[in-house]
Ligand binder design. Structure first.
Ligand code: COA
Length: 315
């Protein structure tokens, strides 16, 4: 049994903050942010929430797939920034979309979260436990951002993306994922539930270390997933990477010796939306007809933990 994506959706907050507006809040400028990151704007939730964005993306994905909410038997929401702990975001989505037959839970693996949620759902479908799954990445990172820290606030944005998965006859794909908890201190954020020092409730990051980690580990993950599935890079139509920084995407393409045209980006419009970035990009590509049935797609995530991963799918 293999897993196919039969619908995509996204939900983006209305309020758009470009680099010029951001440079009125903190000592930075449009040129620096564009050159170092490729980001030109981000969307910030004013009236939206992590739950409402997740439900919006889920509804759009179901509509796109033609599948009814009652048919969904699994909902996983990947998030690090939900305003609700109990009930979990996935149960809130279930209530809002009327997916009364679904098992629902949240997953936190930061910017690798969508790929790991996809793997979890795909494994459940392959094992015959579930038939139809909704996998959602939803984030309001603006709530975890220190708007006085120019090393981080230029990077992040809010949004949600979702895919509908179904099982089909055929051979499943083997994913790759890895974590390194020893290096977790390069990207952190604490809740107020434990003892924290000032500023620790916001994302804190050693940008250069994270950059080096991503450039080293993402090509390794992609090579490993290609090897596990006996596929050469020339057979891959699209590499859809977590949208953190354009220079990271370019460096990964160089390491793999693959044409940059195979690496679509949309961080210029949304910034880094953590676990939402890959499904939002998939939805952009699906709705504009860029993705064609039968194409081979590699998705790859990386981020806090540290965690990194890659999976392969046929569109
Ligand atoms: N605007 C203007 N200048 C800035 C700035 C900003 N927002 N942030 C830093 N600078 C300055 C620094 O003070 C430094 O000045 P100096 O040379 O006079 O000391 C200079 O720019 C270079 O800073 P540096 O931190 O070396 O920049 P960088 O090229 O490493 O870029 C990041 C910083 C954060 C953009 C980059 O490290 C990065 O993207 N890392 C990965 C982060 C990431 O993707 N995290 C999420 C992973 S899921």
């Amino acid at each position: 049994m293999k897993t196919v994506i039969c619908g995509t959706g996204s939900a983006i907050p209305e309020y758009r903050m470009d680099n010029c507006e951001l440079s009125q809040l903190v000592d930075t400028n449009d040129e620096w942010i564009r050159e170092r990151t490729g980001i030109q704007a981000r969307h910030i939730a004013k009236k939206e929430t992590t739950v409402s964005l997740a439900a919006g993306a889920a509804k759009a994905a179901l509509e796109n797939s033609g599948i009814s909410s009652e048919e969904v038997d699994l909902i996983i929401v990947s998030t690090i920034s939900s305003e609700v702990i109990l009930p979990c975001t996935a149960c809130e989505v279930q209530r809002m979309i009327g997916a009364s037959n679904a098992v629902c839970f949240d997953l936190n693996a930061a910017c690798s979260g969508f790929v790991l949620a996809y793997n979890t759902a795909a494994a459940g479908i392959t094992a015959g436990i579930y038939k139809t799954a909704l996998v959602i990445g939803s984030e309001c990172l603006s709530k975890l951002t220190n708007w006085k820290d120019r090393g981080t606030c230029i990077l992040f944005g809010d949004g949600a993306g979702a895919v509908v998965l179904k099982g089909e006859e055929g051979e499943g794909r083997i994913p790759f994922a890895c974590s390194d908890g020893e290096s977790g201190n390069v990207l952190t954020c604490k809740t107020g539930l434990g003892q924290i020092s000032e500023g620790e409730e916001y994302m804190q990051m050693d940008g250069q270390e994270v950059f080096k980690f991503a450039v080293r580990k993402v090509p390794e993950a992609i090579r490993e997933v290609l090897s596990r599935n006996n596929i050469g890079p020339e057979k891959v139509d699209w590499y859809i990477l977590h949208q953190a920084n354009k220079r990271i995407v370019e460096a990964v393409a160089r390491h793999l010796k693959e044409p940059i045209e195979k690496f679509p980006v949309n961080m210029q419009e949304y910034g880094n939306t953590s676990s939402a970035s890959i499904p939002v990009l998939l939805d952009d590509m699906n709705r504009t007809g860029v993705l064609k049935r039968g194409q081979t797609v590699v998705i790859a995530g990386f981020g806090a933990g540290l965690t990194w991963c890659a999976s392969m799918l046929e569109w």
